[in-house]
Design a protein around this ligand. Structure first.
Ligand SMILES: *Cc1c(COP(=O)(O)O)cnc(C)c1O
Length: 371
């Protein structure tokens, strides 16, 4: 299916959208560009009607399966503008592969890695003047796949839509890199073994809102999720993977055992640490180990990882109303080093030693659209 031609319908001048004001913070997920990519699947034609068109409302049957039974998966990645007009993508193939695994978990049709790549690259090129240039700002890319056939009954869809929207997002740390305070959820869980935790699917986020609301009301930024069986082992923090650094230099992150979203940033951090000669263990770590080692001074840093924030330093955990600070609530040295290296890497300022970066500003849109 990846040889499917992309028809490009460019927006007329009167269809162009107003770009966000340069003097206001972009925030995250609030602005969308002039165009979107879309393609549709049915059993007879496979993926077809593949196009980029001016941004508009979707038409969807009120009985569409995704609206009732949750067959929806998505991805999140970014396009980065270099200092001299270069445009970069970072490890987009990992997002394509994760989308395929999410689809497979939810019994959904998927798209090939190559087709996914052509979709996001052509859309970013069509809307290249939406890639923000302010320091730390990026074009966020949101590929989405939904079951669209009208049917009330629990079975996998026969019809799907895959679409991609993009929009400028600001630097996650406009006021500088700051450690956040985390509330440990002792009751609500994010995912259970055998469930959906590994898939990037809407249900996981709907499901997390209650606990996040409790955390927000208590004045915390995010929830730390524990395992669903013993409420003991650390899983993730908010919508990020989580890392701990100990005084002896070792780093620990929970293993991917079915309940944790396999983050691209998590994988990148693990590979970078190993290249830097830092021992990084993927092993279960209990909340008790975290709290005891924080109190004894053995645990010196904790941070979350994800595409949106890149690295998010953690300054405090509150477990059963007891606050425990980490590293004097200052940004840890490894968090800072990783943040600097990874963001410089993504913006084309570090050598591409892992082969993770793809420069796309020189690609020919005609070739992408008509392979
Ligand atoms: C997307 C996501 C992550 C981070 O994944 P990245 O690929 O690093 O952006 C971690 N946890 C959850 C629950 C997520 O949805």
């Amino acid at each position: 299916m990846s040889d499917e031609q992309i028809i490009i319908h460019r927006a007329r001048v009167d269809q162009l959208r107003t770009k966000p004001a340069a003097d206001k913070p972009l925030g995250f997920g609030r602005y969308f560009s002039d165009h979107f990519f879309a393609t549709e699947f049915n059993r007879g034609n496979g993926w077809h009607l593949t196009r980029i068109e001016p941004m508009r409302l979707l038409q969807i049957d009120p009985a569409a399966i995704c609206l009732h039974y949750g067959q929806e998966v998505f991805e999140g990645l970014k396009a980065y503008a270099g200092k001299n007009g270069e445009l970069y993508l970072f490890r987009w193939q990992k997002n394509a592969e994760r989308l395929q695994r999410s689809c497979s978990r939810l019994m959904m049709e998927s798209v090939s890695t190559e087709f996914f790549g052509r979709a996001i690259k052509s859309l970013v090129l069509v809307d290249r003047d939406w890639v923000p240039r302010a320091p730390g700002a990026t074009l966020y890319i949101r590929p989405t796949l939904i079951a669209t056939d009208p049917y009330l009954g629990v079975r996998p869809g026969d019809e799907y839509a895959f679409y991609v929207i993009v929009g400028p997002v600001g630097n996650y740390y406009p006021a500088g890199f700051q450690p956040v305070s985390i509330w440990v959820s002792d009751h609500d869980v994010r995912a259970v073994k055998g469930g959906l935790g590994e898939a990037k699917t809407a249900a996981n986020y709907a499901h997390s809102l209650c606990a996040q609301n409790k955390a927000t009301k208590l004045g915390f930024a995010q929830v730390l999720w524990l395992d669903a069986i013993e409420h003991r082992f650390v899983e993730e923090v908010g919508t990020m993977n989580v890392f701990f650094r100990f005084k002896n230099g070792d780093v620990v992150t929970p293993p991917l055992a079915g309940t944790i979203l396999p983050g691209v940033t998590r994988d990148s951090v693990l590979q970078i640490l190993r290249r830097w000669g830092i021992t990084a263990h993927e092993r279960p770590i209990s909340i008790h180990e975290v709290l005891e080692s924080a109190q004894s001074g053995e645990l010196v840093e904790a941070f979350g990882t994800g595409t949106a924030a890149v690295i998010s330093p953690i300054g405090l955990f509150s477990y059963r109303d007891k606050p425990i600070t980490i590293g004097d609530r200052r940004v840890g040295e490894l968090s800072q080093r990783l943040y600097t290296y990874l963001t410089r890497y993504q913006w084309g300022e570090e050598e591409d030693v892992f082969g993770w970066r793809e420069r796309i500003d020189g690609l020919d849109l005609e070739v992408l659209a008509h392979p």
